[in-house]
Design a protein around this ligand. Structure first.
Ligand code: GTP
Ligand code: MG
Length: 197
């Protein structure tokens, strides 16, 4: 898919205030610092469309980006960042659960996990929650540039084996790097296909 235009539309803290447009949207979720905002920049070929930071907790609101004037990419705050206060953490989690439970326009989510790490409880629990709530999602492994191909293969295999303990089949997954653009075509193609269904 060709990305012709990508525009920031709005940030807000309530799902009720999200754009009223009835356009398909795709959301990016995962732990703080996993690379959600960087991935949005990589997919859209924009350096600073979504704000990124080396420090976790950068994205704190629901951010809508209008793509090709007819669908949205949504950048969300990360979950599981221990350093924000308990009240703030709760608030982020409520945004996130509210967004996924209420946003009618959502077509599918991408749950991002850092390819370097072993399966983390919080991510597995989040995917479980998505499953229980019947919210379609794929997995995106991020930061593939940090590992050699053999290690990527090994880690993805370990991850899928862990998922198969609770899932009948592994969700669709993508291996990506925001620095090298690996996986860009595959993710965009996946969006393209579901956009036309
Ligand atoms: P929050 O908004 O805090 O939840 O984080 P986020 O998931 O949006 O992460 P963000 O995109 O801000 O990236 C976090 C850090 O990881 C930044 O320092 C990025 O440069 C780095 N990063 C993100 N993606 C990649 C990648 O594919 N490869 C490498 N090497 N670094 C990455
Ligand atoms: Mg972010």
């Amino acid at each position: 898919m060709l990305i012709k235009t990508a525009e920031f539309v709005m940030s807000n803290s309530e799902v009720a205030k999200c754009p009223k447009d009835v356009l398909p949207e795709y959301a990016f979720i995962g732990r703080s610092n996993v690379g959600k905002s960087s991935l949005i920049n990589m997919l859209t070929n924009h350096k600073n469309l979504a704000k990124t930071s080396g420090r976790p907790g950068k994205t704190q609101l629901i951010n809508h980006f209008l793509i090709n004037k007819n669908w949205f990419l949504v950048d969300l705050p990360g979950y599981g960042y221990a350093k924000v206060s308990k009240t703030a953490k709760k608030k982020f989690q409520k945004f996130i659960t509210d967004y996924f439970e209420k946003r009618q326009q959502l077509v599918a989510a991408f749950v991002l996990v850092d390819i370097r790490h072993e399966p983390q409880k919080i991510d597995l629990e989040f995917m479980e929650w998505m499953g229980v709530n019947a919210i379609p999602f794929s997995i995106i492994f991020t930061k593939a540039d940090k590992l050699k191909p053999k290690a990527i293969e090994r880690n993805v295999e370990a991850y899928t084996q862990e998922l198969l303990k609770t899932w009948e089949e592994t969700p669709t997954y993508f291996i990506t790097s925001s620095t090298s653009s690996v996986g860009r075509d595959e993710v965009l193609q996946n969006i393209d296909i579901t956009n036309q269904e």
